[in-house]
Design a protein around this ligand. Structure first.
Ligand SMILES: [Mg+2]
Length: 133
């Protein structure tokens, strides 16, 4: 993917684990993505209302408000319902994945992941995925 395409993409990373945020930032910023972050669900909801991102990378297991609750709130609001949300989580048991999609997740990336998986997932939900030859 070209730097120009990534350059216009604002990604909000929501994760209570600072290391995860640093890893994702480190993968995305060098590729031209604009990255902002939130460490709690309520912080994320406020940030999204203030400045809607192009895509949200959302951790599931967070204290206070889980990623699934954040997801549900985003998807039920008219203003935020169309923002693509990718769940990024170690909770990859069948039920968790299905629940994520039922709550409106656009895509699922299991932890741990590679740069390729992360960038591909973002491009996919933005409708920019390169067709596989
Ligand atoms: Mg977590």
């Amino acid at each position: 993917m070209s730097e120009t395409r990534a350059g216009s993409v604002h990604v909000l990373v929501v994760d209570d684990n600072q290391d995860s945020v640093i890893i994702m930032r480190g993968m995305l910023e060098p590729r031209g993505f604009k990255v902002s972050s939130a460490s709690t669900g309520s912080q994320a909801l406020a940030a999204i209302k203030r400045e809607p991102p192009d895509v949200v990378l959302l951790d599931v297991m967070m204290p206070e408000m889980s990623g699934l609750e954040v997801l549900q709130r985003l998807k039920e609001e008219y203003q935020t319902g169309k923002i693509p949300v990718i769940l990024v989580t170690a909770k990859t048991q069948d039920d968790d994945v299905v629940k994520g999609y039922q709550f409106g997740a656009d895509y699922y990336i299991p932890k741990p992941f590679t740069v390729k998986q992360l960038v591909y997932g973002i491009e996919l939900v933005l409708g920019k995925g390169e067709p596989v030859a």
